[in-house]
Design a protein around this ligand. Sequence first.
Ligand code: NAG
Ligand code: NAG
Length: 765
Amino acid sequence: MRTWSSSLLLVLGISSAIQLAQAATGVLSGITDIRITACPEDNCSIPGYRKVPQDLNKYSRGSFVHLHFADDEHQPEEDNDLLALDTAQEQRKRKGRHDRKRRRQQHPITQLAVQQGQDADMGPEWEKLEGNLNDGNRGPVLTMFVKRDPSQAPVDSIVVKYGYDSHAAIGYDRLPLDLNTGTGGQWVYLYYKKSGPREPITHIATKACTIAPCIMDDSWTRINRPIMTGTFKRYLYLFYKSVPGERPITSLSLGLQRQDDSGDENDDMDKEILDTGIRFKDSNIFVSLKRGQLGEERLHAVDNIAVELGSNQIPYRWNVAAFEGESKGEEVPDWNAQVIYRTGHKALPVVPKLRFKENGSFKIVQFADIHMATGPHSCYNVPSTMECTGDINTLEMMERMLEAERPDLVVYTGDNVDGLSSKDAYATILKYSKPVVDRGIPWTIIFGNHDEEGDLSREEMMRSVQDIPYSLSERGPLGISGTGNYVLSIYNHRHRGHSWGGMDSLRKDDKSQFTLYFLDSGAYSFSLEYPGWDWIKEDQVEWFRQTSREITSRYQSDEIPNALAFFHIPIPEYDLTEPEDAPPEDGDDEDDDNGKNSRKAHKKHRKDDDDGRVVGDKGERVSSPSYNSGMFDAIFESRDVRATTAGHDHVNDYCLDHRGINLCYGGGLGYGSYGSASFPRRSRVFEILKNGQRVDTWKRLDDPEMTVVSLQTLFDGRKSDQGVEFEEQQSGPTSSPNRRPSHLTPNDVWESLRKGGQYVLGGDN
Ligand SMILES: *[C@@H]1O[C@H](CO)[C@@H](O)[C@H](O)[C@H]1NC(C)=O
Ligand SMILES: *[C@@H]1O[C@H](CO)[C@@H](O)[C@H](O)[C@H]1NC(C)=O
């Protein structure tokens, strides 16, 4: 701890530059408050707080106990401040307000702990939270404590997972105590992540088990996954701990050592060999580590270790634990994965504000439904002549797109991770972002319905994405539904010689000229009245309305910047192209050997059917929610949004002009999910021109020529010039959304299914 503050200063020096750059989008923010609620029904919520969905009393017959957390950026009483503000003055003002508020109120939480017993007390530095994590069950009282230490990095993400073998994304720490201790219920663990450096690791141990749970005493943290499985029906885990004042570990490696070699050649005094006790053929499996000197821990110490499955991507500025002593020509053991470690905390590269080029253009490439997985994955619905090996083809298409279009921003519009085939979603995220990160292109994501079906939650994936260079994605306000509701702004070109760096943002005329809205459209409906796909919730629609109002009110009415909106599941208005009585044609997909993923044949949409309102193809039914939450009306009534783009339907790729708003699809790109052999995978481009006044769009096909199709101008001019009536309707949305659904829990749906209910999900999107 002695060297902590001086090197923290070092770290802060770098990271304040990052904060300056990220201020435009207001990225990571520390958790400022955690509350525990206990309700007899599963209906507790706290306005402005994010509810952690997992019940901490799972299967233990108590109340429904939930954690809720808030960050300072998004306190409910500051609703009007949630928005990305334009000028540096405003940002500084806002930051000042927050700083004052923080000082007045509280520094973000930097450490968490849970203790057993009614009278648990951890001393004056720790704040005891109200509530018992074992409320209403037969277990001991469990009390949660938080610490706010201004010299430490804030906790900025919390997740709860079930099961003794649970793990969270790389970089999350687990509280040692099971939050359902002593109840006989489900194992419940809390994981948290901090945005800055962590304690240097000083001890490593291994343990091999044949039966679960494979654990050591609570002073040790187990690394999320076993480093070996299978070979001997045994699991080999790594454990670590951090003891202040001990010499830190600076590197580690794994290997095999022939028994006749043991004891020899180890003349490196700083190297330690840990015999795992597991033999392979005539060798021992060992872990070797090196220690550094006290005092250099912040720069060189290992502060994080993880095990990654089936991936050759490693997180930014991590190292792979080398494998030593290959057994000579013999088989190698069944390594489950690669062990990776991080030394020190290093800042991400600065992402400058998004700006128009000198000629007033800005190009966005949309990667829709890439459906990537851990490992090679597979190919669906491709022509029999095509050599397709899975994600490699998807990645190649992405690279070709980036080379052909050289975009200024890339947007992954959901179903980025094919959850069900991703054992390691973190590795999959690293894989799909690599082509963009390698080229230094800013990128951003929203979630689809499949991302969360793997090992990570939306919360963990969003937080993980934020640790990858050039990412502009944000979690968004905690008090509304969904993860990833946020705004990005595109600014004027910065003229050379005018000013530079931080000074640039002080210019009065540095106003945003175009707005991009991102919304999380959820996954599946839990409503019996409106089964099928999820929808953008009313609180998100309201957030959009408020945000748009706030942004547009800063401009003269003839200067309001145009905007685009991105979401995954198409809103119901996308469906207007459905021919009234044409029955769906059945497929001619030649290579459709997987019935589950078969689709109707792709059918050219006849433009004259719709008076030229549709450009592009419709090859399947529109899979939108059966409930209309009023998002279209909010968009229609906004003063800025001119067009939207969605994903979800892989063989629909059209833009439909509905009441002057263009509703577009990206067109599916991933080979690892359904498509059509007669409909090449594709990707959409939006080129914003004339400093935001005009937007052109087209698609490129994954063919040898990267054929451009459906080039069209979506709009030219400002929305206010288009004679659209903006009067807000006090009496509610114009196209009369369905009445409000009553929400059911997954359990209700399950019950209904058991009773022979008609709850059926839509297609396989
Ligand atoms: C939860 O539901 C119960 C019973 O339906 C009701 O009495 C209670 O007021 C609800 N609590 C909240 C916080 O909505
Ligand atoms: C604008 O300039 C960029 C290079 O800075 C060029 O690639 C692009 O084609 C130009 N666009 C137009 C519309 O002139």
